[in-house]
Design a protein around this ligand. Structure first.
Ligand code: PGA
Length: 254
């Protein structure tokens, strides 16, 4: 099979960084740095930055994503944001189940699955995060953990809908720590996730699914990680906050 059948996606995850005015300024610079991209370029930004991001990305090759959503359509959920609200703003992608949301905001595989369905129903493209903790890697259960998270996240998702889904393999021990998985480790686990998808659907569907790596990907290590067969892009935190570094990572995705 040829890796070129899949879309390569480089997505920034800003986390809780940048104000709306900083967003406008940053995207004004970023659009020049990524205008020749050979891949899909996405910036996932805080809710309050979305409107400015969508406005600044208009007419460019940059797509905008949110970092979370609620799974209900509307109602008494003070402080929450629905899929329809994001769509109305012009948002294309949404990160679901990032390990920080699982760790600090009690998200589970079950709520991740509900959010995936809410996003798909509204027309948003979910970027679903899965990944093992350090203790789980040391216990030798990385494959089981990532496979289980993938299976539950995709419960009752059709093969047709899977075309709009991106999986991000993010080993928790590599996020924000400067410890990157080696390119071979990233390739191995992205391959395990692909096999899980093949078992759930079929080989063709699995081969067409974009599976990113995330966790301390940066301007120096991106090329090697992205050269691996099963690694179809990156979900980038820290290095997505600097136009130069993010531009280099996007350029590495040829
Ligand atoms: P990092 O974050 O690149 O800063 O490690 C990645 C992520 O959390 O998506």
């Amino acid at each position: 099979m040829n890796k070129a059948v899949r879309k390569t996606i480089i997505a920034g995850n800003w986390k809780m960084n940048k104000t709306p005015s900083e967003t406008t300024e940053f995207l004004g610079e970023l659009k020049n740095a990524v205008q020749d991209a050979d891949c899909e370029v996405v910036v996932c930004v805080p809710f309050v930055d979305l409107q400015n991001a969508v406005a600044a990305a208009k007419g460019t090759n940059i797509k905008v994503g949110a970092e979370n959503l609620h799974f209900e359509k509307s109602g008494a959920f003070t402080g929450e944001i629905s899929a329809d609200m994001l769509i109305d703003l012009g948002v294309d992608y949404v990160i679901i189940g990032h390990s920080e949301r699982r760790q600090y905001f009690a998200e589970t595989d079950v709520t991740v699955n509900k959010k995936v369905h809410a996003a798909l129903a509204a027309g948003l493209k979910p970027i679903i995060c899965v990944g093992e903790h350090l203790e789980q890697r040391e216990q030798g259960i990385t494959a089981e953990v990532c496979s289980l998270q993938t299976k539950v996240a995709l419960k009752d998702v059709s093969a047709e809908d899977l075309k709009n889904i991106v999986i991000a393999y993010e080993p928790v021990w590599a996020i924000g720590t400067g410890k990157t998985a080696t390119a071979d480790q990233a390739d191995e686990v992205c391959g395990i996730i692909r096999q899980t998808i093949a078992d759930l659907y079929n080989q063709g569907v699995a081969e067409a699914t974009t599976i990113q790596y995330g966790g301390s990907m940066n301007a120096k290590n991106a090329k090697e990680l992205l050269s691996k067969y099963h690694v179809d892009g990156g979900l980038i935190g820290g290095a997505s906050l600097k136009t130069e570094d993010f531009g280099i990572i996007v350029a590495a995705a040829k």
